[in-house]
Design a protein. Structure first.
Length: 241
């Protein structure tokens, strides 16, 4: 039995390392996609698109390992929650990679008539990259407080995108020559907003894996109340023990 548990822990560590490697690739893909747009660097955009294949390959590796662990080890309770959270997390990372590749492909398509006025994209991109970094850090450390910070920050990114979208509509109405430019930038902004949503999903899965609470459809304030009560009960139990 001890041998089985040790092997499970080793496989779990291998799986976590694969996820962090995949997460690192995704972070770089997002940063490079934004940079390729800001600098109009077609070569960097092409590299970002190609990197998506490696991200997809890591997704397959993670899926194969998680399936094998479920079949061979039949984990229960907290271990099962962690495996289920990881399955969802890997899907979110893969979709982030797709969205980053989408930004890079947009840059490649627009190279003959590249967009201008990148200030919103640059600011939003920095915010989103930080979100992804925090979400992966929360997973790596099992940090509930950091996961909650990611969830809280997502609404600010949503609002930023809405303001940017309204600005683009105004530009298009005032000057039809801005239509092509505005559409490209709006699409980039939408991809960034969706990447932030996936980072939030990862943060929610961190909380689920650690505490067993599924807060995907709970607003931030209600989630704080639920988690505060749970942590208080855990601390009380530990002090009594």
């Amino acid at each position: 039995m001890e041998h089985t548990l040790k092997r499970f822990d080793e496989e779990l560590e291998e799986l976590k390392n694969l996820i962090l490697a995949m997460g690192g690739m995704v972070e770089r893909a997002i940063a490079d996609a934004i940079e390729s747009m800001l600098t109009q660097n077609v070569e960097l955009a092409t590299q970002t698109v190609e990197r998506d294949k490696a991200i997809n390959a890591l997704e397959v590796q993670c899926d194969e390992l998680t399936r094998a662990m479920l079949v061979r080890r039949q984990p229960a309770a907290g271990d099962l929650r962690l495996i289920m959270a990881i399955i969802k997390l890997v899907t979110d990372l893969e979709r982030m990679g797709d969205l980053a590749a989408g930004i890079a492909k947009g840059m490649i398509r627009a190279q003959d008539n590249p967009p201008r006025n990148f200030s919103n994209i640059e600011v939003m991109g920095e915010k989103v990259v930080r979100q992804v970094n925090r979400a992966l850090d929360a997973f790596s450390r099992g940090d509930i407080d950091l996961a909650m910070k990611v969830i809280k920050k997502d609404s600010g990114i949503d609002e930023f995108y809405k303001r940017m979208y309204r600005e683009m509509i105004t530009y298009m109405m005032e000057d039809p020559r801005m239509i092509s430019n505005a559409i490209i930038l709006t699409n980039v902004g939408k991809n960034l907003e969706r990447i932030s949503d996936h980072a939030t999903n990862i943060a929610e899965m961190v909380i689920y894996s650690k505490l067993g609470h599924d807060i995907r459809h709970v607003d931030h304030d209600a989630a704080k109340v639920i988690l505060a009560g749970d942590l208080k009960n855990k601390n009380k139990t530990n002090s009594e023990g």
